[in-house]
Design a protein around this ligand. Structure first.
Ligand code: NAD
Ligand code: UFG
Length: 360
Protein backbone atom coordinates (compact mmCIF):
# COMPACT_ATOMS: atom_id res chain seq x y z
CA UNK A 1 0.00 0.00 0.00
CA UNK A 2 1.51 3.34 -1.08
CA UNK A 3 1.60 6.07 1.55
CA UNK A 4 2.53 9.64 0.69
CA UNK A 5 4.37 11.23 3.59
CA UNK A 6 4.69 15.01 3.34
CA UNK A 7 7.50 16.43 5.47
CA UNK A 8 8.90 12.90 5.74
CA UNK A 9 12.52 14.03 6.14
CA UNK A 10 11.69 15.84 9.39
CA UNK A 11 11.94 14.64 12.97
CA UNK A 12 8.60 12.88 13.40
CA UNK A 13 8.24 12.00 9.70
CA UNK A 14 11.55 10.12 9.52
CA UNK A 15 10.71 8.01 12.59
CA UNK A 16 7.24 7.28 11.24
CA UNK A 17 8.67 6.14 7.91
CA UNK A 18 10.89 3.60 9.68
CA UNK A 19 7.76 2.05 11.20
CA UNK A 20 5.81 2.24 7.93
CA UNK A 21 8.58 0.49 6.00
CA UNK A 22 9.01 -2.11 8.74
CA UNK A 23 5.28 -2.82 8.48
CA UNK A 24 5.39 -3.38 4.73
CA UNK A 25 4.06 -0.07 3.41
CA UNK A 26 5.56 1.56 0.35
CA UNK A 27 6.61 5.14 1.11
CA UNK A 28 6.68 8.20 -1.13
CA UNK A 29 8.04 11.40 0.42
CA UNK A 30 7.49 15.02 -0.52
CA UNK A 31 9.82 17.40 1.33
CA UNK A 32 11.48 20.67 0.40
CA UNK A 33 14.16 20.19 3.09
CA UNK A 34 13.43 23.66 4.46
CA UNK A 35 13.93 22.28 7.97
CA UNK A 36 15.59 18.93 7.33
CA UNK A 37 18.22 17.05 5.38
CA UNK A 38 17.91 14.23 2.83
CA UNK A 39 20.50 12.47 4.97
CA UNK A 40 17.72 11.57 7.43
CA UNK A 41 15.97 9.63 4.67
CA UNK A 42 19.18 7.96 3.53
CA UNK A 43 19.59 6.72 7.09
CA UNK A 44 15.96 5.58 7.31
CA UNK A 45 16.63 3.59 4.19
CA UNK A 46 19.80 2.18 5.76
CA UNK A 47 18.01 1.25 9.03
CA UNK A 48 15.18 -0.53 7.23
CA UNK A 49 17.01 -1.79 4.15
CA UNK A 50 14.13 -0.44 2.08
CA UNK A 51 13.89 1.98 -0.80
CA UNK A 52 12.06 5.33 -0.48
CA UNK A 53 10.82 7.47 -3.35
CA UNK A 54 11.62 11.08 -2.53
CA UNK A 55 10.43 14.26 -4.24
CA UNK A 56 12.43 17.36 -3.42
CA UNK A 57 9.62 19.91 -3.70
CA UNK A 58 7.25 22.08 -1.75
CA UNK A 59 3.59 21.26 -1.22
CA UNK A 60 3.07 24.81 -2.50
CA UNK A 61 3.90 23.49 -6.00
CA UNK A 62 0.60 22.35 -7.47
CA UNK A 63 2.05 20.87 -10.64
CA UNK A 64 4.61 18.97 -8.64
CA UNK A 65 1.92 17.44 -6.42
CA UNK A 66 0.00 16.35 -9.53
CA UNK A 67 3.14 14.66 -10.82
CA UNK A 68 3.56 12.79 -7.53
CA UNK A 69 -0.04 11.51 -7.62
CA UNK A 70 0.29 10.63 -11.30
CA UNK A 71 3.50 8.69 -10.88
CA UNK A 72 2.61 6.70 -7.78
CA UNK A 73 -0.17 4.50 -6.52
CA UNK A 74 -1.07 6.44 -3.38
CA UNK A 75 -3.65 5.02 -0.98
CA UNK A 76 -3.38 7.48 1.89
CA UNK A 77 -1.43 10.53 3.00
CA UNK A 78 0.30 11.33 6.28
CA UNK A 79 0.73 15.09 6.31
CA UNK A 80 3.63 16.35 8.45
CA UNK A 81 4.90 19.16 6.20
CA UNK A 82 4.70 22.52 7.90
CA UNK A 83 6.62 25.23 9.66
CA UNK A 84 6.50 24.75 13.42
CA UNK A 85 8.39 27.41 15.39
CA UNK A 86 6.00 29.39 17.59
CA UNK A 87 8.24 32.49 17.97
CA UNK A 88 9.07 32.59 14.27
CA UNK A 89 5.38 32.37 13.42
CA UNK A 90 4.78 35.60 15.36
CA UNK A 91 7.57 37.33 13.40
CA UNK A 92 6.60 36.05 9.92
CA UNK A 93 2.91 35.11 10.12
CA UNK A 94 2.23 35.36 6.38
CA UNK A 95 4.88 32.77 5.60
CA UNK A 96 3.29 30.46 8.16
CA UNK A 97 -0.20 30.92 6.73
CA UNK A 98 1.10 30.53 3.19
CA UNK A 99 3.18 27.45 3.87
CA UNK A 100 0.90 25.63 6.29
CA UNK A 101 -2.56 26.63 5.09
CA UNK A 102 -2.04 27.08 1.34
CA UNK A 103 0.22 24.04 1.28
CA UNK A 104 -2.48 21.94 2.96
CA UNK A 105 -5.19 23.26 0.62
CA UNK A 106 -3.05 22.32 -2.38
CA UNK A 107 -2.55 18.86 -0.97
CA UNK A 108 -6.26 18.35 -0.20
CA UNK A 109 -7.33 19.57 -3.64
CA UNK A 110 -4.87 17.24 -5.33
CA UNK A 111 -5.99 14.35 -3.14
CA UNK A 112 -9.60 15.08 -4.05
CA UNK A 113 -8.77 15.21 -7.76
CA UNK A 114 -7.03 11.81 -7.58
CA UNK A 115 -9.74 10.38 -5.33
CA UNK A 116 -7.37 9.74 -2.44
CA UNK A 117 -9.48 10.61 0.60
CA UNK A 118 -7.57 9.12 3.51
CA UNK A 119 -5.49 11.47 5.58
CA UNK A 120 -3.58 11.52 8.86
CA UNK A 121 -2.82 15.08 9.93
CA UNK A 122 -0.25 16.40 12.44
CA UNK A 123 -1.96 18.76 14.81
CA UNK A 124 -0.71 19.87 18.19
CA UNK A 125 -1.72 20.19 21.82
CA UNK A 126 -1.17 23.89 21.25
CA UNK A 127 -4.81 24.04 20.03
CA UNK A 128 -5.92 23.68 23.67
CA UNK A 129 -4.50 27.13 24.48
CA UNK A 130 -4.51 27.64 28.24
CA UNK A 131 -6.47 24.57 29.41
CA UNK A 132 -8.66 25.04 32.46
CA UNK A 133 -7.70 21.68 33.92
CA UNK A 134 -5.62 18.56 33.29
CA UNK A 135 -5.58 15.91 31.93
CA UNK A 136 -6.75 17.38 28.64
CA UNK A 137 -9.27 15.41 26.63
CA UNK A 138 -10.16 15.91 22.98
CA UNK A 139 -13.46 17.66 23.74
CA UNK A 140 -11.82 20.51 25.70
CA UNK A 141 -12.42 24.05 24.35
CA UNK A 142 -9.93 25.10 21.68
CA UNK A 143 -8.08 28.40 21.47
CA UNK A 144 -4.73 29.54 20.17
CA UNK A 145 -2.32 32.32 21.00
CA UNK A 146 0.01 32.51 17.99
CA UNK A 147 -0.05 32.15 14.19
CA UNK A 148 1.53 28.67 14.28
CA UNK A 149 -1.24 27.38 16.54
CA UNK A 150 -3.82 29.18 14.42
CA UNK A 151 -2.65 27.30 11.30
CA UNK A 152 -3.22 24.00 13.13
CA UNK A 153 -6.67 25.01 14.34
CA UNK A 154 -7.67 26.39 10.94
CA UNK A 155 -6.59 23.18 9.22
CA UNK A 156 -8.55 21.10 11.75
CA UNK A 157 -11.63 23.20 10.88
CA UNK A 158 -11.00 22.90 7.14
CA UNK A 159 -10.82 19.11 7.51
CA UNK A 160 -14.14 19.11 9.40
CA UNK A 161 -15.78 21.12 6.59
CA UNK A 162 -14.34 18.80 4.00
CA UNK A 163 -15.94 15.78 5.61
CA UNK A 164 -19.31 17.56 5.93
CA UNK A 165 -19.20 18.27 2.20
CA UNK A 166 -18.05 14.78 1.20
CA UNK A 167 -18.33 12.01 3.73
CA UNK A 168 -16.17 9.63 1.76
CA UNK A 169 -13.22 11.34 3.43
CA UNK A 170 -11.55 9.55 6.28
CA UNK A 171 -9.33 11.73 8.42
CA UNK A 172 -7.40 11.31 11.65
CA UNK A 173 -6.32 14.49 13.37
CA UNK A 174 -3.50 13.73 15.80
CA UNK A 175 -2.75 16.25 18.53
CA UNK A 176 0.81 15.63 19.66
CA UNK A 177 2.02 16.57 23.09
CA UNK A 178 5.84 16.89 23.49
CA UNK A 179 7.76 14.46 21.29
CA UNK A 180 11.34 13.73 22.37
CA UNK A 181 13.78 10.83 22.05
CA UNK A 182 15.14 9.21 18.93
CA UNK A 183 15.40 5.87 17.16
CA UNK A 184 17.28 3.35 19.31
CA UNK A 185 19.99 3.02 16.64
CA UNK A 186 21.08 6.62 17.31
CA UNK A 187 21.10 7.13 13.52
CA UNK A 188 18.08 9.43 13.26
CA UNK A 189 16.82 12.06 15.68
CA UNK A 190 15.78 15.67 16.10
CA UNK A 191 18.13 18.10 14.39
CA UNK A 192 16.97 21.66 15.04
CA UNK A 193 18.72 24.42 13.14
CA UNK A 194 20.55 26.97 15.34
CA UNK A 195 19.81 27.28 19.03
CA UNK A 196 17.00 24.89 19.96
CA UNK A 197 13.67 26.32 21.17
CA UNK A 198 12.61 23.12 22.86
CA UNK A 199 13.73 21.79 26.20
CA UNK A 200 15.27 18.41 25.45
CA UNK A 201 17.31 19.42 22.37
CA UNK A 202 18.59 22.33 24.48
CA UNK A 203 19.58 19.97 27.31
CA UNK A 204 21.41 17.61 24.96
CA UNK A 205 23.32 20.53 23.41
CA UNK A 206 24.39 21.59 26.90
CA UNK A 207 25.40 17.99 27.64
CA UNK A 208 27.52 17.78 24.50
CA UNK A 209 29.27 21.04 25.46
CA UNK A 210 27.90 23.15 22.65
CA UNK A 211 25.82 25.39 24.94
CA UNK A 212 26.93 26.55 28.37
CA UNK A 213 23.83 26.17 30.48
CA UNK A 214 20.11 25.66 30.37
CA UNK A 215 17.84 28.62 31.08
CA UNK A 216 14.70 27.40 32.82
CA UNK A 217 11.80 29.61 31.85
CA UNK A 218 9.98 30.32 35.10
CA UNK A 219 10.38 28.93 38.61
CA UNK A 220 7.13 30.32 40.00
CA UNK A 221 4.44 28.28 38.27
CA UNK A 222 1.79 26.67 40.49
CA UNK A 223 3.39 23.24 40.00
CA UNK A 224 5.20 20.74 42.26
CA UNK A 225 8.57 22.56 41.98
CA UNK A 226 7.59 25.84 40.28
CA UNK A 227 8.71 24.82 36.78
CA UNK A 228 6.46 24.05 33.80
CA UNK A 229 4.98 20.56 33.41
CA UNK A 230 4.60 18.77 30.06
CA UNK A 231 3.63 15.40 28.63
CA UNK A 232 6.82 14.12 26.98
CA UNK A 233 6.31 11.26 24.56
CA UNK A 234 8.92 9.08 22.85
CA UNK A 235 8.97 9.80 19.13
CA UNK A 236 8.87 6.08 18.31
CA UNK A 237 5.67 5.68 20.36
CA UNK A 238 4.31 8.69 18.48
CA UNK A 239 5.32 7.13 15.16
CA UNK A 240 3.49 3.92 16.06
CA UNK A 241 0.40 6.01 16.85
CA UNK A 242 0.43 7.11 13.20
CA UNK A 243 0.32 3.52 12.00
CA UNK A 244 -2.70 2.83 14.20
CA UNK A 245 -4.39 6.02 12.96
CA UNK A 246 -3.61 5.03 9.38
CA UNK A 247 -5.25 1.63 9.88
CA UNK A 248 -8.31 3.41 11.24
CA UNK A 249 -8.54 5.86 8.32
CA UNK A 250 -8.15 3.07 5.81
CA UNK A 251 -10.98 1.07 7.42
CA UNK A 252 -13.52 3.71 8.56
CA UNK A 253 -14.70 7.03 7.10
CA UNK A 254 -15.14 10.09 9.34
CA UNK A 255 -13.07 12.74 11.04
CA UNK A 256 -11.56 11.58 14.30
CA UNK A 257 -9.33 13.52 16.63
CA UNK A 258 -6.87 11.89 19.03
CA UNK A 259 -4.45 13.09 21.66
CA UNK A 260 -1.08 11.40 21.33
CA UNK A 261 0.49 11.73 24.74
CA UNK A 262 1.39 9.52 27.69
CA UNK A 263 -0.97 11.05 30.24
CA UNK A 264 1.95 11.81 32.59
CA UNK A 265 3.40 15.23 33.33
CA UNK A 266 7.06 15.97 34.17
CA UNK A 267 8.41 19.33 35.31
CA UNK A 268 11.49 20.95 33.76
CA UNK A 269 13.51 20.16 36.90
CA UNK A 270 12.35 16.54 36.81
CA UNK A 271 13.46 16.34 33.20
CA UNK A 272 16.88 17.75 34.07
CA UNK A 273 17.20 15.22 36.88
CA UNK A 274 16.03 12.32 34.70
CA UNK A 275 18.54 13.29 32.03
CA UNK A 276 21.39 13.60 34.55
CA UNK A 277 20.57 10.24 36.12
CA UNK A 278 20.16 8.40 32.83
CA UNK A 279 23.11 9.90 30.98
CA UNK A 280 25.48 10.63 33.87
CA UNK A 281 26.10 14.23 32.81
CA UNK A 282 25.48 17.29 34.99
CA UNK A 283 23.32 19.97 33.37
CA UNK A 284 24.05 23.44 34.73
CA UNK A 285 21.00 25.70 34.74
CA UNK A 286 19.68 29.06 35.87
CA UNK A 287 16.06 29.92 36.52
CA UNK A 288 14.83 32.98 34.64
CA UNK A 289 11.57 34.72 33.75
CA UNK A 290 8.64 32.78 32.33
CA UNK A 291 8.57 32.50 28.53
CA UNK A 292 5.59 34.45 27.17
CA UNK A 293 2.79 32.18 25.97
CA UNK A 294 3.86 29.13 28.02
CA UNK A 295 1.21 27.27 29.99
CA UNK A 296 1.98 26.02 33.51
CA UNK A 297 0.81 22.44 33.05
CA UNK A 298 -0.13 20.46 29.96
CA UNK A 299 -0.72 16.73 29.76
CA UNK A 300 -3.03 14.49 27.83
CA UNK A 301 -5.90 12.25 28.63
CA UNK A 302 -4.83 9.48 26.22
CA UNK A 303 -7.84 7.19 26.76
CA UNK A 304 -9.59 7.87 23.44
CA UNK A 305 -6.58 6.73 21.41
CA UNK A 306 -6.33 3.64 23.61
CA UNK A 307 -10.00 2.74 23.18
CA UNK A 308 -10.46 3.57 19.50
CA UNK A 309 -6.99 2.97 18.03
CA UNK A 310 -5.65 0.40 20.47
CA UNK A 311 -2.61 2.61 20.92
CA UNK A 312 -0.79 3.74 24.04
CA UNK A 313 2.72 4.99 24.77
CA UNK A 314 5.05 2.34 26.21
CA UNK A 315 8.39 4.05 26.62
CA UNK A 316 9.26 5.79 29.88
CA UNK A 317 11.16 8.95 30.62
CA UNK A 318 14.55 7.20 31.09
CA UNK A 319 14.35 5.66 27.63
CA UNK A 320 13.36 9.02 26.16
CA UNK A 321 16.37 10.74 27.77
CA UNK A 322 18.75 7.93 26.89
CA UNK A 323 17.73 7.85 23.23
CA UNK A 324 17.84 11.67 22.91
CA UNK A 325 21.35 11.60 24.34
CA UNK A 326 22.49 8.65 22.23
CA UNK A 327 21.46 10.52 19.08
CA UNK A 328 23.13 13.79 20.16
CA UNK A 329 26.33 12.09 21.35
CA UNK A 330 26.72 10.10 18.13
CA UNK A 331 25.82 13.08 15.95
CA UNK A 332 27.13 16.21 17.69
CA UNK A 333 26.54 18.21 14.50
CA UNK A 334 23.26 16.54 13.62
CA UNK A 335 23.06 15.41 10.00
CA UNK A 336 25.40 18.18 8.83
CA UNK A 337 28.66 16.25 8.72
CA UNK A 338 27.30 13.61 6.42
CA UNK A 339 25.38 15.77 4.02
CA UNK A 340 28.23 15.96 1.54
CA UNK A 341 28.29 12.19 1.30
CA UNK A 342 25.08 12.13 -0.65
CA UNK A 343 24.60 13.48 -4.11
CA UNK A 344 22.85 16.76 -4.66
CA UNK A 345 19.21 16.53 -3.65
CA UNK A 346 18.47 18.22 -6.96
CA UNK A 347 19.65 15.20 -8.92
CA UNK A 348 17.87 11.95 -9.42
CA UNK A 349 19.93 9.17 -7.97
CA UNK A 350 19.63 5.44 -8.15
CA UNK A 351 21.84 2.35 -8.02
CA UNK A 352 23.96 2.77 -4.92
CA UNK A 353 21.32 4.87 -3.25
CA UNK A 354 18.30 3.38 -1.65
CA UNK A 355 16.57 6.72 -1.77
CA UNK A 356 15.69 8.12 -5.11
CA UNK A 357 15.49 11.90 -4.94
CA UNK A 358 13.50 13.47 -7.74
CA UNK A 359 13.52 17.12 -8.56
CA UNK A 360 10.32 18.61 -9.90
P1 NAD B 1 10.18 19.10 11.19
O1 NAD B 1 10.40 20.53 10.91
O2 NAD B 1 11.32 18.28 11.66
O3 NAD B 1 9.50 18.38 9.94
C1 NAD B 1 8.66 19.07 9.06
C2 NAD B 1 9.13 18.75 7.65
O4 NAD B 1 8.30 19.44 6.71
C3 NAD B 1 10.56 19.21 7.38
O5 NAD B 1 11.28 18.14 6.81
C4 NAD B 1 10.41 20.36 6.40
O6 NAD B 1 11.51 20.47 5.51
C5 NAD B 1 9.13 19.97 5.70
N1 NAD B 1 8.38 21.08 5.09
C6 NAD B 1 8.03 22.27 5.64
N2 NAD B 1 7.34 22.99 4.76
C7 NAD B 1 7.24 22.26 3.61
C8 NAD B 1 6.64 22.47 2.35
N3 NAD B 1 6.02 23.62 2.06
N4 NAD B 1 6.73 21.51 1.42
C9 NAD B 1 7.38 20.34 1.69
N5 NAD B 1 7.97 20.10 2.86
C10 NAD B 1 7.89 21.04 3.82
O7 NAD B 1 8.99 19.03 12.29
P2 NAD B 1 8.47 17.80 13.14
O8 NAD B 1 8.83 18.04 14.56
O9 NAD B 1 8.82 16.52 12.50
O10 NAD B 1 6.90 18.06 13.02
C11 NAD B 1 6.10 17.44 12.03
C12 NAD B 1 4.69 18.00 12.12
O11 NAD B 1 4.19 17.81 13.45
C13 NAD B 1 4.60 19.49 11.85
O12 NAD B 1 3.42 19.75 11.13
C14 NAD B 1 4.52 20.10 13.23
O13 NAD B 1 3.83 21.33 13.23
C15 NAD B 1 3.73 19.03 13.99
N6 NAD B 1 3.99 19.04 15.45
C16 NAD B 1 5.26 18.93 15.92
C17 NAD B 1 5.49 18.97 17.30
C18 NAD B 1 6.88 18.90 17.86
O14 NAD B 1 7.07 19.23 19.03
N7 NAD B 1 7.87 18.43 17.11
C19 NAD B 1 4.41 19.13 18.19
C20 NAD B 1 3.12 19.21 17.66
C21 NAD B 1 2.92 19.17 16.29
N1 UFG C 1 11.82 25.26 28.63
C1 UFG C 1 12.82 25.82 29.38
N2 UFG C 1 13.97 26.18 28.76
C2 UFG C 1 14.18 26.01 27.42
C3 UFG C 1 13.14 25.43 26.66
C4 UFG C 1 11.97 25.07 27.29
O1 UFG C 1 12.67 25.99 30.59
O2 UFG C 1 15.25 26.38 26.92
C5 UFG C 1 10.58 24.83 29.31
C6 UFG C 1 9.32 25.53 28.81
O3 UFG C 1 9.12 26.74 29.49
C7 UFG C 1 8.26 24.47 29.08
C8 UFG C 1 9.00 23.14 28.88
O4 UFG C 1 10.39 23.46 29.04
O5 UFG C 1 7.84 24.55 30.42
C9 UFG C 1 8.78 22.54 27.51
O6 UFG C 1 9.07 23.51 26.52
P1 UFG C 1 9.22 23.12 24.97
O7 UFG C 1 9.61 24.37 24.25
O8 UFG C 1 10.09 21.94 24.82
O9 UFG C 1 7.75 22.65 24.57
P2 UFG C 1 6.38 23.45 24.60
O10 UFG C 1 5.45 22.65 25.45
O11 UFG C 1 6.54 24.85 24.96
O12 UFG C 1 5.95 23.42 23.07
C10 UFG C 1 5.80 22.21 22.35
C11 UFG C 1 6.07 22.46 20.86
C12 UFG C 1 5.03 23.39 20.29
C13 UFG C 1 3.68 22.84 20.53
C14 UFG C 1 3.48 22.55 22.00
C15 UFG C 1 2.17 21.84 22.17
O13 UFG C 1 7.34 23.05 20.70
O14 UFG C 1 5.21 23.48 18.89
O15 UFG C 1 4.52 21.70 22.50
O16 UFG C 1 1.99 21.36 23.43
F1 UFG C 1 2.76 23.74 20.13
Amino acid sequence: MGILVTGGAGYIGSHTIVELLNSGYEVIVVDNFSNSSPESLRRVSEITGQRIMVYNMSILERDGLEKVFNENNIHAVIHFAGLKAVGESVAIPLQYYQNNITGTLNLLETMQKYNVKRLVFSSSATVYGFPESVPISEDFPLSVTNPYGRTKLMIEEILGDLFIADNEWSISILRYFNPIGAHSSGRIGEDPKGIPNNLVPFITRVAVGELKELTIFGGDYPTKDGTGVRDYIHVVDLALGHLKALEKTVSTPGVNTYNLGTGKGYSVLEMVEAFENTCGIKIPYTIAQRRPGDVAVCYADPIKAKQELGWGADKGIEEMCRDSWEWQAKNPNGYEVNIKNIESPHLSTSGDFLIKVNSI
